[in-house]
Design a protein around this ligand. Structure first.
Ligand code: SF4
Length: 337
């Protein structure tokens, strides 16, 4: 009989790890709280820098794991230590004995309403990056005007922000803003697009080219400055105040739509799992890897491994690579290597 490995989280990290573990001869048991697999990626439209379809990635991974046991709308209730391994008790009444557990509980998007100065949930035309992806996926959103002339993107919403309790950079939102700015220009060729940023963090392969293209081909304007205040005019436009920190001058802009680049915070489920399995949390609120150089997918507990954004902000390719690495480490652990 094939050996069970419990995977907590059915986002792309959990799916990729399940695929690899099936290949290595195990029975992955994927436990997902939502009613679908794919996590945040399943709600996204296209992925930078190649503009690949997010839905295709999730569909492809789903096809690869049809032989895994997948429990949707299911939570982990308890994790008990056995003499060898763990007993994982699920909210659907199933208990699974296993020698290895993979935590792939992912992240939550920062709640943009907490940054009251941006007026999310208050003004009619303020949305988040996730809302915009939902609109790109063809779902109508009355907050997106029929023909916006001026669109602004605010970087670092809830990231690199000590007041919000998140000092970390979310890594993906500069590029997401560049990608979404290009996509808005494709939808509305006459619109002027502004990105308000603190620093641009464009570290990956092809990222810089993507950013240069956004300026040269699409005319996206990048303004180094933090938006300090958003208001609404009587005719329903947004009035944005910022300081251009390159010129040192205050700036006011009237916009038709404002998109807040909400950052990543650790999924609260991770803290719950940490309590159940005595896992260590890091100072940034994410789970703590065994070490940050060669032990990213390891934990402080034998047989418990990590993949993806449960240990920190990650891009999709990093998440997939970690999932493969974790699957191999689980295999080696079970084999006693
Ligand atoms: S990736 Fe860019 S927008 Fe996101 S937190 Fe880092 S600096 Fe801010």
């Amino acid at each position: 009989m094939k050996e069970n490995v419990v995977i907590i989280g059915g986002g792309v990290a959990g799916m990729e790890a399940a695929k690899q573990l099936l290949f290595l001869g195990y029975t992955p048991i994927v436990v997902e709280q939502k009613d679908h697999l794919g996590g945040h990626v399943s709600q996204w439209n296209r992925l930078f820098p190649d503009m690949a379809s997010a839905q295709d990635l999730v569909r492809h991974l789903g096809e690869e794991i049809v032989d895994a046991n997948i429990f949707l709308e299911t939570k982990v209730n308890f994790i008990n230590r056995l003499r060898e391994g763990y007993l994982v008790m699920l909210s659907n009444g199933v208990s699974v004995a296993c020698r290895a557990i993979l935590v792939a509980s992912g992240f939550r998007l920062f709640d943009a309403a907490r940054k009251e100065e941006y007026g999310y949930g208050v003004y009619d035309h303020v949305i988040t990056n996730a809302d915009l992806e939902n609109w790109f996926n063809g779902n109508p959103d009355p907050r997106v005007p029929a023909s916006p002339k001026k669109v602004g993107f605010v970087h670092c919403v809830g990231s690199r922000d000590l007041k919000a309790g998140n000092s970390q950079c979310s890594k993906v939102c500069c590029m997401t803003a560049v990608k979404q700015a290009i996509e808005m220009k494709e939808h509305f060729p006459d619109a002027q697009i502004y990105c308000f940023y603190m620093d641009l963090r464009l570290f990956g392969k092809k990222y810089e080219d993507f950013y240069i293209n956004a300026q040269q081909e699409y005319g996206v304007q990048f303004i180094r400055g933090r938006v300090s205040e958003v208001g609404e005019t009587l005719d329903g436009h947004l009035q944005v105040k910022a300081e251009d920190t390159l010129s040192g001058k205050p700036l006011r802009a009237q916009l038709d739509l404002l998109v807040l680049m909400a950052g990543m915070v650790c999924n609260p489920e991770a803290a719950e799992l940490a309590r159940m399995a005595r896992l260590e949390m890091d100072s940034d609120g994410f789970l703590r890897s065994a070490d940050n150089i060669s032990g990213i997918v390891g934990s402080n507990r034998p047989g418990i491994f990590y993949a993806g954004a449960c240990t920190g902000t990650k891009t999709v390719p990093e998440t997939l690579a970690e999932a493969r690495s974790a699957a191999l480490d689980i295999h080696r652990f079970i084999q006693g290597k």
